[in-house]
Design a protein around this ligand. Structure first.
Ligand code: ADP
Ligand code: MG
Length: 728
């Protein structure tokens, strides 16, 4: 075994689980490092507290004097917890979080110093952010961007730093981050959903979108991970032969959690508790060393922040436990990848889940209204929904028989399908008293019973209704949830807005009663959007054919999928709903497409290096051993030697063939890369990287993996799959 591999394995095997003390109940430490409502009640004056609450609930502005009070109290609270620095915490378009720490410490002359944190520093900061991707926004408009406090997501302490969640915008007001459009989308869906919810309850004042994400990830020992340049540089393995045992025994899924992993999870969960991230569920996933963590759902903006924070905290806690946390969608070929289901629903300030059936026929009509409008929204915007989850890494997963296909469809289960069928038959125009009674008793009235025993689950669906929420399953594990959540909430907002207009028109112009009008519009929606409903096997080839007939898109790669983000229709939608203007939408598209190019470029380079610097030299060394052996046999046996050297000669030849294939393909790949790099047009560049550069990955990998099986284990420099996945 190569020295590097040997050392890494030895280090891994010598590790023991870190013992985690848990002296307090989780509920007692929950949120202790968060400047939440509780902390604010204790630390702020009444005026300041009311002002923040008003900002949170109604989006009102916070007066400068009050901001000074708040920042001063926040500082005292933080200092009492040993904090030294503060930072504006934001989510630039790299998708990961960014921070720049400043100390509270200030000198005041005469060699004296104090701790200071003014309102201005709380409310606004100007990071030197010229290196963040901006899709040309700041070049065209204004050179600088600034961060501004988002009071709807509470400040928190991480390590010795007070983190203040902020939006990141240019001086001309364009959003430079993922959070700003999300906040706008949430506002849009609030407005539209509240207006519709008022049909059913006049007291509804606000509708919140909720999100419960389920984060999947792999844990790999850090020494083993460090021995693989591909994992270090790209977060995934670019080569590696499948181990004899993979996940076929299904012995990992929901199995007992390995001790070291469990100790990591406990440590992580305690950190999460302190940060107010309400994590609740943990379990083994399908693949070896794959796990999942899920919280109790929260308001979407907060849930998105919490997931971004979690991904960061995971890395840090992982390091303490000598684990490299792999969030990549497909770290290992031949083994399941990771996703991040986004569970989504809408709920009112009166405490009603609009996607949960109620106890009365009227509340069920409300449920059906939101349920059917969501289906229609997905139908109208399926291509945009696909674009919202597109990334180089998620391409490996979509359509790979383990995750939903690249075709967006909606699964609702047999029972609700039957309900929709009934509703489809509702009379056009006014309903007879008999029909109304029938609907009340037999359709709308029966929904709670139906759902109680509706245990339908279809794991192959990208967007499935699961009892009281929709589950957007196609989201990738590395994704910043803000991106798909912005799209989902925007399209639902737009749909609900249209619905309201149509219902009101029927009431006014056709003199229909409110519920008659609603039934009428819903009937049409069901007819129009039927094609998005699919209950069958999403992995099957037949579905691809069927989906094509239905006119659904099937964009298998990111460069193809992303285009929907800047189609005329999408741009008009974002504009109409006040979520993004043309420049903002275009900028995001450019950044995402550029990111795609860079990811594939890096992978190509790393793969080329490993193939030429690690694999080929190793294969040659082993081939030389064989050649020596054959020469020795020749010395011993003279002409007869071939009798004893047949196998050796065969392997020598095989090695040469693979080496020449690898070398050829690496050269061709590099040439394609060079050609692609010269292209000015970003879209064309992405196309070329996708369809001309990337196909070589598989070819190169194939030969390398064959060599892994041929070459003596002693010599092989790269830690093998069986070691990465099974040595603990
Ligand atoms: P699974 O889908 O794996 O069976 P659950 O249905 O229990 O798991 O929940 C998964 C996630 O969905 C959790 O984060 C949970 O808090 C969240 N969730 C449950 N109900 C809702 C809801 N009404 N709206 C949004 N998320 C929800
Ligand atoms: Mg789920």
């Amino acid at each position: 075994m190569s020295t590097l591999r040997f050392q890494a394995l030895k280090e891994t095997l010598s590790r023991k689980a870190i013992h985690i003390e848990e002296s307090e109940r989780r509920s007692a430490i929950f949120g202790e490092n968060v400047f939440d409502q509780n902390a604010m009640l204790q630390c702020l004056t009444k005026d300041a507290y009311n002002s923040v609450m008003d900002a949170i609930e109604n989006g009102s502005k916070i007066d400068r004097k009050i901001a000074d009070q708040i920042s001063s109290s926040m500082k005292d609270w933080a200092l009492s917890k040993g904090v030294t620095h503060y930072t504006h915490w934001f989510q630039p378009l790299t998708g990961v979080t960014a921070e720049k720490h400043d100390a509270f410490f200030e000198t005041v002359g005469n060699g004296r110093a104090i701790e200071k944190f003014g309102g201005g520093q709380l409310v606004q900061q100007e990071p030197d952010a010229s290196s963040f991707p901006n899709g040309g926004i700041r070049n065209t408009f204004e050179a600088r961007g600034y961060t501004a406090w988002d009071p709807t997501s509470p400040a928190f302490i991480y390590g010795s730093t007070l983190c203040i969640p902020t939006v990141f915008v240019s001086y001309t007001g364009e959003a430079l981050d993922y959070k700003t459009p999300l906040l706008r989308a949430l506002q849009a869906v609030d407005g539209a959903a509240t207006a519709v919810a008022k049909y059913f309850d006049k007291n509804v004042k606000k509708v919140n979108a909720s999100l419960g994400w389920e984060q999947e990830y792999f844990l790999i020992d850090s020494a083993l991970a460090a021995s693989r340049p591909d994992i270090v540089m790209t977060g995934r393995t670019l080569l590696g032969h499948s181990p004899a045992k993979g996940q076929q025994l299904d012995d990992h899924y929901f199995g007992s959690i390995p001790v070291r992993a469990l100790s990591f999870m406990r440590d992580l969960e305690i950190e999460c508790m302190r940060l107010g991230i309400p994590v609740k569920t943990r379990h083994n996933e399908v693949a070896p060393n794959q796990f999942e963590l899920a919280p109790i759902y929260e308001e979407t903006n907060l849930a998105v922040d919490h997931n971004s924070l979690l991904m960061d905290v995971m890395g840090k806690v992982g390091a303490r436990h000598s684990f490299k946390v792999l969030l990549h969608e497909k770290p290992f070929a031949g083994i399941n990848g990771s996703g991040k289901h986004n569970n989504w629903s809408l709920s009112t300030n009166t405490g009603v889940n609009l996607l949960g059936p109620g106890k009365t026929p009227m509340s069920n009509l409300q449920f059906l209204t939101f349920f059917i409008n969501t289906i229609k929204a997905i139908y109208e915007n399926e291509e945009l929904m696909r674009a919202g989850i597109a990334s180089a890494s998620n391409d490996h997963r979509l359509g790979a028989n383990e995750a939903p296909p690249a075709i967006i469809s909606v699964f609702i289960g047999e029972q609700l399908s039957a309900v929709l069928k009934e509703l489809e038959g509702v009379t056009d125009g006014k309903l007879s008293p008999q029909e109304k009674t029938d609907l009340k008793l037999n359709v709308v009235g029966k929904i709670p019973e139906i759902l109680l025993d509706n245990t339908d689950r279809n794991r192959t669906s990208p967007f499935a209704f699961t009892g009281n929420k929709f589950e957007y399953r196609a989201v990738g594990s590395t994704a910043n949830c803000a991106n798909p959540m912005t799209i989902l909430n925007t399209i639902v907002a737009k749909q609900l807005k249209e619905f309201k207009v149509e219902v009101d028109t029927l009431i006014e112009e056709k003199d229909l009663k409110k519920d008659e009008a609603i039934f009428n519009v819903l009937r049409e929606y069901i007819k129009q959007s039927k094609n998005i409903l699919f209950e069958g096997n999403g992995y099957g080839k037949e579905w691809e054919k069927e989906a094509e007939k239905r006119g659904l898109s099937n964009n298998k790669t990111t460069p193809d999928a992303l285009k929907a983000k800047v189609s005329e229709k999408s741009i008009a939608l974002f504009k109409e709903m006040g979520v993004m203007n043309t420049v903002e939408a275009q900028a995001r598209y450019e950044i995402e497409i550029e990111e795609y190019v860079m990811r594939i470029q890096i992978e190509g380079r790393v793969l080329g290096d490993i193939a030429r610097n690690h694999v080929i030299p190793t294969a040659i060394r082993y081939q030389n051993i064989l050649i020596n052996n054959v020469t020795g046999l020749k010395d011993l046996y003279g002409k007869e030697y071939k009798k004893f050297a047949e196998e050796q000669l065969e392997i020598i030849e095989s090695i040469s063939k693979h080496i020449s294939k690898i070398n050829n393909n690496v050269t061709k790949m590099i040439n394609e890369r060079k050609k692609a790099n010269k292209l000015e047009d970003l879209e064309q560049k992405a196309q070329d990287y996708c369809y001309k550069v990337k196909p070589f990955f598989e070819e190169i990998r194939y030969s390398c993996d064959k060599l892994e099986l041929l070459v003596e284990d002693e010599l092989w420099p790269l830690t093998k799959y069986r070691e990465l996945l099974f040595v603990r």
